[in-house]
Design a protein around this ligand. Structure first.
Ligand SMILES: Cc1cc2nc3c(=O)[nH]c(=O)nc-3n(C[C@H](O)[C@H](O)[C@H](O)COP(=O)(O)OP(=O)(O)OC[C@H]3O[C@@H](n4cnc5c(N)ncnc54)[C@H](O)[C@@H]3O)c2cc1C
Length: 328
């Protein structure tokens, strides 16, 4: 048994002070961290419970929405401003986990949940560079049906599991963090990193840094958005492929678009090539298919996940046709 201490932070300063100790970990809803501790994949010596810190969801003077990191996933999905102004986020959250888990899970914890790669969990017989840096990766030559097709490396082919994060990537959210060096903000695209040679490094957070809030910038056409998740079961399953998209169509042409993919990479994948190539193009299956194909042109399938490329292409086209209003 690994022993650890538990303490509840009274405020942000308290959390930062308590979380600065070596091997301390922040605790949100515990729905991922406690599982990992049970499996002895995480062995913190101290848990700093930050679930009592700000959970407020507030509209700021410039119209952006600030969501406290301790806000529960359910509260975010149900919030009227999220449902009406950012429906893709509400739908992404509701596509994940179960009602009970969403009631416990916090925004901060959702952002930092760890991969569901089966080789990462199998510390009895499999090699994993995330678990033991430099050990090797058995997923590369193993059964890699759920693994990455974009941005992977020889050291790691794991995917990021979060649904919420795919919507936040599409929205260009801003993450507010604080630590012993003070407060700073991180563009969502810069929070998670690709694996490279160091898949044990998953984010650009500094040691002991606490996520305090996530900001949703004003994006007027985000009210016209959706999230579609393709998975093996209708509930309680992680995405094989997911698409979060917002699109504005004017006179039959794409005026503006945001799109991100889940289930394809070590981080939520913002489809920047697709976005650039679609602006000004007719809102038709033909344009959507061409842009999806361009976005996926760098995809590198493994032995068992080649189907994800076609699945991603078709899901993108289906989602954009729905947003364009000519198919449901
Ligand atoms: C059975 C099951 C099915 C699931 N299915 C899905 C799914 O389909 N889609 C999906 O997206 N997710 C799914 N999840 C994952 C779930 O969404 C996450 O477990 C949850 O979002 C994590 O939030 P938490 O608050 O419980 O985090 P915790 O478990 O408390 O923490 C997770 C990590 O975040 C860190 N952390 C927490 N708060 C902060 C903070 N404020 N600042 C810095 N670090 C922090 C912790 O130290 C830890 O490393 C599933 C989980 C389970 C158990």
């Amino acid at each position: 048994m690994n022993s650890f201490t538990y303490v509840r932070a009274n405020d942000v300063a308290d959390a930062v002070r308590l979380g600065s100790g070596a091997d301390a970990k922040f605790l949100g809803g515990g729905t991922n961290l406690v599982d990992l501790m049970r499996e002895t994949l995480e062995r913190p010596s101290a848990l700093v419970d930050v679930s009592g810190l700000s959970s407020a969801i507030t509209e700021q003077a410039d119209g952006s929405l600030l969501i406290g990191a301790a806000a529960r996933n359910t509260a975010v999905a149900e919030h009227i401003a999220v449902r009406t102004r950012y429906p893709l986020l509400s739908r992404a959250i509701l596509a994940g986990a179960s009602g009970q888990i969403r009631n416990m899970a916090t925004v901060g914890g959702n952002l930092l949940q760890r991969t569901r790669c089966t080789y990462f969990y199998d510390d009895d017989g499999s090699r994993c560079n995330k678990r033991v840096p430099g050990q090797g990766c058995d997923a590369v030559e193993g059964f890699n049906r759920i693994h990455a097709i974009l941005g992977a490396s020889a050291a790691c082919v794991a995917t990021h599991p979060s649904d919420m994060c795919v919507a936040l990537a599409a929205l260009g959210a801003i993450v507010h963090v604080t630590g012993s060096d003070g407060e700073r903000t991180i563009e969502f695209a810069d929070l998670h990193v690709l694996p490279g040679e160091h898949p044990e490094v998953e984010t650009t957070l500094r040691r002991g840094e606490l996520i305090i809030a996530v900001e949703l910038p004003v994006l007027s056409f985000a009210k016209h958005s959706t999230y579609r998740k393709v998975r093996d079961r209708a509930s309680y399953a992680f995405a094989l492929i997911s698409v979060a998209a917002a699109m504005e169509v004017d006179n039959g042409a794409v005026k503006d678009i945001r799109l991100a993919l889940g289930g394809v990479a070590h981080k939520p994948w913002r489809a920047l090539k697709l976005e650039a190539s679609l602006k000004g193009r007719p809102a038709t299956d033909e344009s959507f298919l061409a842009a999806a194909t361009e976005e996926l042109s760098d995809a590198k399938p493994l032995a068992h996940n080649g189907f994800k490329i076609e699945l991603a292409r078709r899901t993108i086209v289906a989602v954009l046709a729905e947003l364009a209003g000519y198919r449901s």
